[in-house]
Structures are given as structure tokens and as C-alpha cells.
Design a protein around this ligand. Structure first.
Ligand code: PLP
Length: 354
């Protein structure tokens, strides 16, 4: 298998697995229990919370562990009326979608709406486009609104500093950076003002009840410590992206375009390519038969036959839009894999042209 779909999910790494292994079997006490055996998971969760906080320049008490970004995003929706961008992941598509956030804020405030939360993703999951979230936070705060960012595709690929962004909420999902699936976090700037919709045993200081996923939390902490953005690690992504683009230029038998939103910069681990008059679904299938895993457009939309709303919004031409694939890398990919992928891609495109 050549796995080039890390934006959909990554493999848990060995150091992360080793860190969580004891908590999968041997250390099974409920961290809320009072005997000493429960101190082990309790301390492990404390350490994980510190590691997660440090990785995004937050305070440990500002971290709420969740089952992933979908839950984190949904928790934010419970805090007020959402104004979001048209590029959001389906888990953040609620409330008002705005082309012009300021106009939408003004409109809602004229109607007397309080607790408005502006939400803008940090990195787009389909194209890898990086947004200037600091600017959106400023717009929100200047009008007395809150600001949330879905940073699911950002962590590990660009530095995240919640104090610098000045966000009120931030969502992350561990499986995008070599932690297990089913664990994530929500950063909350003012946890004492957070309204939790989850009623129960009062875990996570009452902000997210339910017995802690100790192994997941430990894995998330380790992964955030190990795989936070570093220029050195990112050099590898740059090399893979450069190899893909250069090899494509030399080998691709048809016209193609690389998609990004509004000409903004993109992360180095995601490349969204549209091939002119090629059936992207058939292409992804042919690649799959050869053992190459890429996403057809975006994994989040693969259940739907409709072309991606994001690509439509950025006016990718009709004869390109259905020929879209998303290639995404992780630290585990090699240059050789990328070269063999492009060779196979070129061959399959030729086959589809005939
Ligand atoms: N937000 C973005 C930008 C994503 O890319 C994803 C997953 O692809 C999610 C949220 C949802 O993450 P999860 O399925 O881990 O809850």
C-alpha cells in the first residue's frame, strides 16, 4: 500500500502506541476513583493535558478532551449563534454562512442577537489553504463576538499559538497527527464561562462528563509533543510536495490545475489536483487497484456524488471539477513513493483518455 491520504487520517506512530499500551490493558482503573491504583491514569491524564496545552501555548485548564474535532465543533455550537465561512467541514456547518463576516455580524447585531461566535477554519481540509485566522479573530472581537477556529488540518503543519491568534475556542482531532482515532480536544479560553451540554459525572471539571478515554488522552498528549510543527519536519513535506509537482509537470499527459482558495498559501502536506476532462472517481479507483490510497476530492465528501462545494465556491471549471483528487502526505511517506505514484497516475490518466 502507498498511503497518500493522511489528511483523512494517519497511522498511529510506534512511540505513541508504546506510550498508550499500558493503558489499553494493565492500567484500567477509572481515573476518578479514590484508591492509589487510580492515581496512575489520573497522573497520566494530567501530563497529557500539560503536553497538549504546551503544544498550542494554552494553559492546561483550558483543554477539554473530546472524541475529536466533530464533537469539539459541536460543543462550540452550543455556546452561541455561529457565523462561519462557506469552506467549513460539515461538522461546523450550522447557523449563518457568510461571504462577508462583518456584514453578517452587523445584520445579526441589528436583530439584537447576543453571543455571536465567528468560526473560521485554520486550514481547509480539501485544498490545504491556510487562512489568516488572526484577522478573523480581530474582526470578531472588534464587534464583541467570540472567535472559534477548526484547526484540525493545521496542527503539525503550521505553528499554532492560541494566545497569538487570540481565539476563544479551537478544535483538534488526534488521528490527523499519529494519535489514535476517537480522541481530540477543544481549547476554551474562558472555561469558567463554558456551557456544557453534556450532563453526567462531572469529568473534565464538569465541562465534558463521561469516563475519560485514558489511552486516547495519553496518546494525544504524546502525539502533540512529538509532532508539533517543526521547520525540519516540514522540510520533508516540502520535498514530497516539490517531487509531486515537478514529476507531475514532466509526466502528466493532460492539462491539470492545483487548487487553492483565493490564491492563499497552502500547507505542504495537502495537494488538490484537478485533471481536465478526467473522471476523478474512476481515476481514484484505478489507483486503488494498484495500491495507491488517495482521496477523490475530499474523504469528507466521498459519500456524496455531488462535486465538492468548496471547489465549486472557488470556481474550478466544470471540465476540471470532476477530475479532482486530493493527495496528502505524512512523515511516513518517501520520495520514491511519490515518484511511483505519479508514474502510475500518468499511466491511468492515459488509460482513461482512450
Ligand atoms: N474539521 C476538519 C477541518 C476536518 O478535516 C475533519 C476531518 O476530516 C473534522 C473536522 C472532523 O474530524 P473527526 O472526524 O476526527 O471528528
Amino acid at each position: 500500500i502507498v498511503y497518500l491520504d493522511s489528511a483523512a487520517g494517519t497511522q498511529m506512530s510506534l512511540p505513541v502506541f508504546q506510550e498508550i499500551k499500558p493503558f489499553l490493558m494493565d492500567i484500567y482503573a477509572n481515573p476518578s476513583s479514590s484508591y492509589r491504583f487510580a492515581d496512575i491514569p489520573k497522573q497520566a491524564i494530567k501530563l497529557a493535558r500539560e503536553r497538549c496545552a504546551k503544544a498550542i501555548n494554552a494553559e492546561p485548564e483550558q483543554i477539554i478532551f473530546t472524541s475529536g474535532a466533530t464533537e469539539s465543533n459541536n460543543l462550540v455550537m452550543g455556546q452561541g449563534v455561529i457565523i462561519s465561512s462557506k469552506y467549513e467541514h460539515p461538522s461546523m456547518k450550522i447557523g449563518f454562512t457568510a461571504d462577508d463576516i462583518q456584514l453578517e455580524i452587523n445584520k445579526l447585531q441589528r436583530m439584537g442577537t447576543n453571543s455571536i461566535i465567528v468560526s473560521h477554519q485554520f486550514v481547509n481540509n480539501e485544498t490545504g489553504t491556510i487562512f489568516d485566522v488572526k484577522r478573523y479573530a480581530d474582526i470578531a472581537h472588534a464587534s464583541g463576538c467570540f472567535f472559534h477556529t477548526d484547526a484540525t488540518q493545521a496542527f503539525s503543519h503550521i505553528p499554532i499559538d492560541v494566545k497569538d491568534i487570540d481565539c476563544d475556542f479551537l478544535s483538534l482531532s488526534g488521528h490527523k497527527f499519529h494519535a489514535p482515532r476517537g480522541i481530540g480536544l477543544l481549547y476554551v479560553k474562558a472555561p469558567d464561562k463554558f456551557n456544557s451540554p453534556i450532563i453526567g459525572g462531572g469529568q473534565e471539571r464538569g465541562l465534558r462528563s463521561g469516563t475519560e478515554n485514558t489511552a486516547g488522552i495519553v496518546g494525544l498528549g504524546k502525539a502533540m509533543e512529538l509532532y508539533n510543527y517543526s521547520p525540519l519536519a516540514n522540510e520533508r513535506m516540502k520535498t514530497l510536495k516539490y517531487t509531486l509537482l515537478e514529476h507531475l509537470k514532466a509526466k502528466c499527459p493532460c492539462e491539470y490545475r492545483i487548487n487553492a482558495i483565493d490564491g492563499l498559501p497552502t500547507v505542504d502536506n495537502i495537494v488538490n489536483i484537478s485533471f481536465k476532462r478526467i473522471n476523478g472517481e474512476a481515476l481514484a479507483l484505478l489507483l486503488d487497484y494498484q495500491g495507491y490510497c488517495v482521496s477523490q476530492g475530499s474523504a469528507c465528501h466521498s459519500a456524496s456524488a455531488e462535486p465538492s462545494a468548496v471547489l465549486k465556491a472557488i470556481n474550478v471549471p466544470e471540465d476540471y471539477i470532476r477530475g479532482t483528487i486530493r493527495v496528502s502526505f505524512s512523515k511516513d511517506n518517501s520520495v520514491d513513493e511519490v515518484i511511483s505514484f505519479v508514474d502510475c497516475l500518468a499511466e491511468k490518466i492515459k488509460a482513461l483518455q482512450n
